[in-house]
Design a protein around this ligand. Structure first.
Ligand SMILES: *Cc1c(COP(=O)(O)O)cnc(C)c1O
Length: 416
């Protein structure tokens, strides 16, 4: 196939429009595999940016979208409701942490984060605290690429260039106690000081529970979240958990916050919600947060898109239909055993595994060209970035494919 028009006209994420890095032409997908235009099959080692958690092109999900498209592909959500939206709400009622039962259907993860922040600010204003309009977050966090989401993502990260236009928020040090290490109270000191100092200005704290994804690939200790919950409650500050990456089993529990036994006031979910088919994310709020807000000031054109809601319902059926917990535990054991020897590689600084996430933190990553060569040689799709060679495979990836993924990771880590 000829890719001239791609190079001439299409802008890819995090890339130059005129000197683009290499791309591969994809034509089909199934299970753990992506098929290229020339018939080559690649194991998708990162679940297409973490969303195809149950494998690609699940027939149940594809069929649900097809059926829905023939009946009602879309209708505005102001003044209307529809069956897929209500069915999804019923399913979420059974799944979501207790008390988080008011769902705002957004069209992407970043927008769900914007909605969560706006809910927190509107809640504070409606309960007599209009001055509480700022947000606290963690260094090393990632919450999306829109302006409000960038403003609460790692301030030293890729969004630095926008510093001047971003609302100035507050950042605590990244939690340093490892998920499986010992807890040290000193780890919470930075956040505690921040909350004490700015209590009267803060609407909410937003964090990715347990697993800081895109900007840090770091797993931290559950006690941090218990401390954070207590500190927020004591000060009337809302707690927002961004479970867009962690939700639906990725870390070994349905939601990562379960490791801490802590429930936030607002939670965002997305990515795996529609099994890697169409874009949908949700900001879920408790009664306490939702009740005082007279009119929530947000309304995307494609809000609660029926195709997306139908895909999400089918995806939650898939989640119910197999023992994903055992599969994720199997993947965790496999990744731990296969990646442990990488500690001895000169370019590797740290090896971390939790659930179906395996991370090699490295000094340097290979160039896009070298990466593409290794991807094609090994038949494994991986996309190292910043300091990370990582995998987040679909839960249906079998052990033979996992072996190929981990050897491709070793190859990428050793290629510099
Ligand atoms: C991916 C991600 C987002 C943004 O979601 P998009 O659908 O890409 O806008 C927000 N928060 C977290 C934790 C994410 O991993």
């Amino acid at each position: 196939m000829d890719y001239t028009v791609d190079r001439a006209n299409l802008w890819h994420p995090y890339a130059s429009a005129v000197a683009p890095p290499p791309v591969l032409g994809a034509s089909a997908s199934d299970g753990a595999y992506i098929t290229l235009d020339d018939g080559t099959r690649l194991i998708d080692g990162i679940s297409s940016w973490w969303c195809a958690a149950h494998g690609h092109s699940r027939p149940e999900v594809v069929e649900a979208i097809r059926r829905q498209a023939q009946e009602l592909p879309h209708v505005m959500f102001a003044g209307f409701t529809h069956r897929p939206a209500m069915e999804l709400a019923e399913r979420l009622n059974a799944l979501m942490p207790r008390g988080l039962n008011h769902y705002f259907y957004a069209d992407s993860g970043s927008i769900a984060v914007e909605c969560a922040l706006k809910m927190a600010i509107q809640y504070q204003a409606a309960t007599g605290h209009p001055e509480r309009s700022r947000i606290a977050a963690l260094k090393g966090g990632y919450h999306g690429d829109t302006v409000g989401a960038m403003a609460v993502s790692d301030p030293g990260g890729m969004h630095r260039i926008f510093h001047g236009i971003l609302p100035q928020q507050f950042f605590a040090e990244r939690p340093s106690c490892r998920f499986d290490g010992d807890w040290d109270d000193a780890d919470f000191a930075s956040m505690e000081t921040l909350l004490d100092e700015h209590e009267d200005k803060l609407a909410a704290v937003i964090v990715e529970p347990i697993f800081q994804g895109a900007n840090a690939m770091w797993f931290y200790h559950p006690e941090y979240l218990r401390k954070l919950r207590a500190a927020c409650t004591a000060r009337g500050i809302l707690l927002i958990f961004d479970e867009i990456a962690t939700g639906f089993g990725r870390t070994g529990r349905l939601f990562a916050s379960e490791y801490a036994g802590v429930t936030p006031d607002i939670m965002t979910i997305g990515k795996a919600l529609t099994a890697g088919t169409v874009s949908l994310a949700i900001a879920a709020a408790s009664d306490r947060v939702a009740a005082p807000i007279q009119a929530f000031l947000h309304g995307p054109t494609f809000m609660a898109n029926p195709l997306a809601c139908a895909a999400a319902c089918a995806s939650l059926d898939v989640l119910d239909s197999y023992d994903w917990e055992s599969e994720v535990a199997r993947i965790e054991r496999h990744l731990k055993a296969a990646l442990a020897p990488c500690r001895d590689c000169p370019n590797v600084r740290d090896v971390r595994v939790l659930g179906a996430v395996g991370v090699l933190e490295v000094d340097r990553i290979p160039s896009p060209e070298t990466t593409q060569r290794i991807v094609l040689e090994t038949g494994v799709w991986l996309r190292p970035y910043d300091r990370f060679v990582y995998t987040m495979p679909p839960f249906v990836t079998d052990n033979a494919a996992l072996d190929r993924i981990t050897s491709a990771m070793r190859c990428l880590a050793n290629a510099v």
